[in-house]
Design a protein around this ligand. Structure first.
Ligand code: HEM
Length: 141
């Protein structure tokens, strides 16, 4: 378990911006995954794993972003564990993912809110990549 696998519901933690709404998150998530599914490289990766379960995946992603940006604690999953199982993903795929996410956030979110989502996505992507691709070097005895 890593820090991104734990997003606690902490009443003392305030939303990253007071205007972030569930409706905003819902529109972002829908539009982003529509782009992901249409993408030549990412589409097949997601479709192989998610198949016909998109109605389950999208609400989970709403919960995830709600927890990350509004501190609601709605997301209960373990993203690192899930991504470690995705053997077909390459480090460069994260650049595509981030590019699509940035594009969608800039298109749909107010200019003072888009950068908040984008910077979180970059931090989380970095953390996932470390877990997926960079095994710790064993210390010499
Ligand atoms: C190349 C980049 C990425 C690929 C190909 C990818 C692919 C996937 C796939 C296929 C799943 C479904 C896993 C399953 O249900 O077993 C998934 C779940 C998920 N992804 Fe990603 N992902 C990527 C990057 C990211 C990033 C950067 C974030 C966060 C900012 C993220 C957040 C999540 C979350 C929260 C889940 C749900 C995990 C759960 O079931 O609780 N992913 N991803």
């Amino acid at each position: 378990m890593t820090s991104i696998d734990v997003i606690p519901a902490n009443p003392r933690r305030k939303p990253l911006h007071p205007d972030i709404s569930e409706d905003m998150i819902d529109r972002l998530v829908k539009a982003f995954y529509a782009k992901v599914r249409a993408h030549d490289r990412l589409g097949p990766i997601f479709d192989t794993v998610i198949g016909d379960k998109w109605e389950e995946h999208l609400p989970k992603m709403n919960d995830f972003w709600s927890s990350v940006t509004r501190m609601t604690g709605r997301y209960k999953g373990k993203p690192m564990v899930k991504h470690l199982k995705l053997k077909q993903v390459q480090p460069e795929d994260f650049d595509i993912w981030l590019q699509l996410f940035r594009e969608t956030a800039d298109e749909l979110l107010p200019p003072d809110i888009a950068p908040i989502f984008i910077s979180r996505s970059e931090r989380i992507a970095e953390s996932l990549k470390l877990g997926m691709f960079f095994a710790p070097v064993e210390k010499p005895k």
